[in-house]
Ligand binder design. Structure first.
Ligand SMILES: Nc1ncnc2c1ncn2[C@@H]1O[C@H](COP(=O)(O)OP(=O)(O)OP(=O)(O)O)[C@@H](O)[C@H]1O
Ligand SMILES: [Mg+2]
Length: 984
């Protein structure tokens, strides 16, 4: 049968691609419909008419390749990459190339050092794929057409979801086709989100019209009644129609009449409507016995298949297989592929129908033969795993070994596949008696893989089951599992359950001093510190410290000191916290990475203790070391460490790095879908973006964090989400919401839900919010509380926050006092290294000094603040300082001359940002820039805002000045350099 039109759909597609190419902006085509309705046929028309500079990349997922990690993308991109690497990277960043080489076979051997994929950093690989598409599109445009997404492996789905979440920049059309209602959940939900932003064109393919169906049957010489009957039977589905017409021909030739039932055969994505299954079964049934065996063997082998493997599975001589393949091709059941000796089924529905028609026993035996045959050929564990999963016997230790190996091989890049194979291995391992040890070994690995893909409930179940299998006596292994179980419970917000589990375990170990007991005390202390139960935290940390000292175990000793420091800070015992911090830092400084490796949480606790106490540089060192160690080991706490570093960098005024780190952490957390981690990452994002002046995004991140916190329940982190979000709201001019948020999340005016040491800062925020909404008296009350809490705590940092709060409250009535307090706190902040807070205090001092008419000193303080903000990239705060300076008639030198926007800063712009900055300098509007660069206006806006941040400026004029000055310094002409439009 020939192809009929689908004209309206084809026009929609042509129009969509045209607009992508004209506007230089990305778009998504979503093609859905039932099995056999014509999605693949239509998808093949996308980008079919050639256009200079357009590259069309096509990939298709196959049911049986379901667990080949990134199979769909390898299919689409590998051939292109093979070309790219020969011509040397072609403008791709070497780091991206190394990431790609970790997955794509075409690059594997060509890139000297492929990146080792770290499970928690899969987002780096995703970014590299995005960069690849952008690079392809720079030469014209790119179409990435992904078919049969319903069969895609979990890693491909994750990557696709991530591409949909952040579409490649530039003229890229992402076309995806999948069966209605069978879209992988991660992909489907991103498609819904992307549709909301108007970037998705969705085509739902319906049945062919009667006229189109007639046209398809025209050449078949059927009479009108037969055509009518076949059309009705097919429901306008071209695949069914095709098979029914064939069956009809056979019926004419004397084969058995059809009997139609209306159910489906098989389940999930592979379900086949019964009519079709029956028709196909009859087709197969009419074949000679050898051909039947061969097609059945091929259905077990998976796609694409090779004759020799099919021969072994079907128990047929290879020569006969080749003959049978010809016969199957004549019946249009299979087709050769472009690769020699490789065949595919004519359609996935054909394979599914044949596979589901197999009798259970034969199917199991056939999979077993496939596994053995592949084993003999030395095939990789990952190729044998799907067959073993279907055929291996319980307790088959070889099969368990292969499945475990497949799981481990996938662990780094494809944790979802790892979880599947490890789960299969666990299922085969005996629960009791000989071999059961194996099960216990595999379960923690399975739990790790499950946690990494956000299947926390399943992960928790596995750990609980493993605990049930272990002997009752509490030893190191059991302790580790109990701690892991409590961790999963904390992630899930089940704080009471976690605490109860640890308390019970401690009760049952008795009073004897052992490392196990101390380990449990540490786990309990950290759990209690997390939920702000500081008496319990202190008690446990102190006795853990005693125990660790007596046992003479440095690792436990350092752990106890770190948690003690944090708990004591929370309880307001600053001296104890400081002393423990000093001792822990000294111990950890002399520990080598190998010792810390399996206990990297030490660095996490110590980093936070340092941050709370205001030892920012030390905190940054600890988190940085934690990140480095995590990357080379199990990456368990990589996201946590990155969050810690992002927050610390914010306080140090290294905002660009802080924003980038928080983005890294968030992307990682989105992949493993762990609510607690998402909350932490959003807090880090909120804080860093607030400081950088990107307030809309900051408030949004803060609100996300609070939304999660409300679901998870009260903890120190939910309090942090509250004040972080409130800080963003204050900056964004929403003081009323900020006050409400603070009181809700921190538990009322006494702020009982948060660490004592942090109260001065939090009262300071409440003071600012009240001043902003004109509540002078309320502001003074909060400021008084800030001072009182600072006195109670007695730390330098706390006093600095207390003084700053009073300065804020007294600025209107007693500016002299305000300036004195603000200057004092600025110096204190400087001493602790809180660079951003120091500059804020100076800004306030400058305002107060203006009010007392001390213009000279006001100018000096404001200038210092302005320079600091410019250096940090705190755009909005800098703009505020500039405004104050102008109020007192100070000329504000352009950022460029002062070295704030020096060559280095300009050099930090990306290629695109440079182009945008150049065109801004040539005084083009955003719309004109968009047209010139083939970008959308929104994209230009987002480039421009990152230009502002990177150059530390607040206006287009300042961008222009910075660029012009850099040019004249370099002796270049003052006009914009001519642009070469993108093209081949
Ligand atoms: N417009 C058309 N005109 C003629 N035949 C068509 C048309 N569309 C599809 N077909 C035929 O129907 C069969 C099924 O089409 P296709 O493979 O495109 O369906 P699909 O929606 O991709 O199915 P699946 O969900 O199984 O992937 C094909 O073999 C093709 O030849
Ligand atoms: Mg298809």
């Amino acid at each position: 049968m020939q192809t009929v039109s689908r004209q309206p759909e084809r026009e929609t597609i042509v129009e969509l691609l045209r607009s992508v190419e004209q506007q230089g902006a990305p778009a998504v085509l979503e093609l859905v419909g039932e099995a056999g309705i014509g999605k693949t046929t239509l998808l093949e028309t996308v980008g079919e008419s050639p256009r200079a500079g357009r590259l069309v990349l096509r990939g298709r997922a196959a049911e049986f390749e379901g667990d080949l990690p990134y199979g769909l993308f390898i299919d689409a991109l590998d051939a292109h990459l093979a070309g790219i690497s020969e011509r040397r990277s072609d403008g791709l960043d070497p780091a991206d190339l190394a990431e790609l080489a970790g997955v794509f076979p075409a690059l594997e051997r060509r890139v000297a050092a492929p990146a080792v994929l770290v499970r928690e950093e899969r987002f780096r690989f995703h970014r590299a794929v995005r960069a690849l598409l952008e690079q392809v599109a720079r030469r014209g445009s790119a179409v990435l057409a992904l078919d049969d997404v319903h069969f895609a492996d979990p890693s491909s789905c994750e990557l696709l979801a991530s591409l949909l979440r952040r579409l490649p920049d530039g003229p890229v059309l992402l076309a995806v086709a999948y069966r209605s209602g069978r879209g992988p959940p991660a992909v489907a939900s991103e498609l819904i989100a992307a549709a909301r932003s108007g970037r998705v064109e969705r085509i739902e393919l319906g049945p062919l019209s009667r006229a189109d169906s007639e046209a398809l049957m025209a050449a078949e010489g059927l009479d009108g009644a037969a055509r009518e009957r076949l059309f009705a039977l097919s429901g306008g589905n071209p695949f069914y129609l095709d098979r029914l017409v064939r069956a009809d021909r056979r019926a004419d030739a004397g084969s058995a009449p059809r009997e139609l039932v209306s159910t489906t055969v098989g389940d999930g994505v592979a379900a086949v409507p019964a009519e079709v299954a029956v028709v196909l079964a009859q087709e197969v049934g009419a074949l000679p016995a050898t051909a039947q065996a061969v097609v059945q063997g091929a259905a077990v082998a998976g796609e694409p298949f090779e004759p020799d493997l099919v021969a072994e599975i079907a128990g047929v001589h290879e020569g006969e297989v080749l003959l049978a393949l010809d016969e199957l091709q004549d019946h249009d059941l299979i087709r050769p592929t472009a690769v020699a000796r490789e065949f595919r089924f004519r359609h996935p529905l054909v394979r599914a129908a044949v596979y589901h028609s197999l009798r259970g026993g034969w199917r199991v035996a056939a999979h077993a033969r496939a596994a053995t045959a592949l084993g003999r050929r030395g095939a990789a564990a990952i190729a044998r795993a799907p067959h073993l999963e279907q055929s291996a016997r319980r307790g088959d230790s070889d099969a368990i070994g292969v499945l475990a190996e497949a799981g481990r091989a996938a662990a780094g890049r494809a944790p979802a596949s790892a979880a599947r194979w490890l789960a299969a291995a666990v299922r085969l391992a005996p629960t009791h008696g000989p071999g059961s040890e194996r099960r216990l070994e595999l379960m923690p690995e399975l739990a790790g893989a499950l946690a990494s893909v956000g299947a926390l409930e399943r992960c928790h179940e596995v750990v609980v089951e493993a605990l049930g299998l272990l002997p009752e006596a509490i030893d190191e292994r059991r302790t580790a599992l109990i701690a892991g179980c409590a961790q999963a419970e904390i992630f899930l917000g089940r704080y009471d359950q976690a605490r109860a589990r640890l308390v019970k375990a401690l009760d049952s170990v008795g009073d004897e001093l052992t490392p196990v007991r101390v380990g449990l005390q540490l786990a309990l202390a950290s759990c209690a510190a997390y939920v702000n139960e500081l008496d319990l935290a202190l008690l446990s940390a102190r006795s853990a410290l005693d125990g660790a000292r007596q046992l003479g175990r440095p690792r436990l000793h350092a752990g106890a000191l770190s948690i003690l420091s944090l708990s004591a800070y929370g309880a307001g015992n600053l001296d104890e916290a400081e002393a423990a911090h000093v001792d822990a830092s000294a111990l950890i400084a002399v520990m080598d990475d190998g010792t810390i490796e399996r206990h990297v949480e030490l660095l996490w606790f110590l980093g936070w203790a340092g941050w709370f106490l205001g030892h920012y540089a030390a905190a940054e060192t600890h988190f940085g070391r934690g990140i480095a160690i995590s990357r080379t080991t199990d990456a368990r706490l990589l996201t946590e460490m990155t969050v810690g570093r992002a927050v610390t960098l914010t306080w140090l005024g290294r905002l660009e790095e802080a924003v980038a780190s928080s983005q890294d952490a968030l992307e990682a957390a989105q992949l493993n879908n762990n609510p607690s981690r998402l909350m932490w990452c959003n807090i880090a994002r909120c804080l860093s973006l607030t400081a950088a002046g990107e307030l809309e995004a900051a408030v949004a991140a803060g609100e996300d964090a609070v939304g999660i916190a409300r679901k998870l329940g009260t903890s120190v982190i939910s309090a942090a989400a509250g004040w972080g979000c409130a800080a963003a709201m204050i900056e964004a001019g929403q003081p009323g919401r900020a006050v409400e948020m603070m009181l809700e999340m921190l538990g009322g005016p006494d702020l009982p839900r948060y660490y004592a040491g942090m109260r001065p800062l939090c009262y300071g925020l409440l003071t600012r919010a009240e001043i902003q909404r004109g509540g002078g008296a309320a502001a003074r009350d909060w400021a008084a509380r800030a001072t009182a809490s600072a006195e109670q705590v007695g730390s330098v940092l706390g006093r600095a926050h207390g003084d700053l709060a009073r300065a804020v409250a007294s600025l209107g009535g007693e500016p002299a006092l305000a300036s004195e307090l603000a200057l004092g706190s600025a110096e204190a902040f400087d001493r602790t290294g809180a660079a951003l807070d120091a500059a804020r205090a100076r800004l306030l001092a400058g305002r107060a000094l203006i009010a007392v008419r001390d213009r000279q000193r006001a100018g000096e303080e404001l200038r210092r603040a302005e320079e600091a903000f410019a250096h940090f990239g705190a755009t909005r705060l800098r703009a505020e300082a500039v405004r104050e300076l102008r109020r007192i008639g100070r000329r504000v030198r352009s950022a460029g001359r002062r070295g704030a926007v020096d060559g280095g800063r300009l050099a930090s712009l990306s290629g695109r940002e440079h182009e945008v900055a150049d065109l801004v300098t040539a005084r083009l509007t955003n719309r004109e820039i968009a047209a010139q660069l083939f970008l959308s206006e929104k994209t230009v806006e987002s480039h421009l805002s990152s230009v502002f941040v990177k150059l530390g400026v607040g206006s287009r004029t300042e961008v222009a000045r910075a660029v012009e000055e850099a040019r004249s310094a370099a002796g270049a002409p003052r006009t914009a350099r001519p642009l070469t439009p993108p093209g081949p």
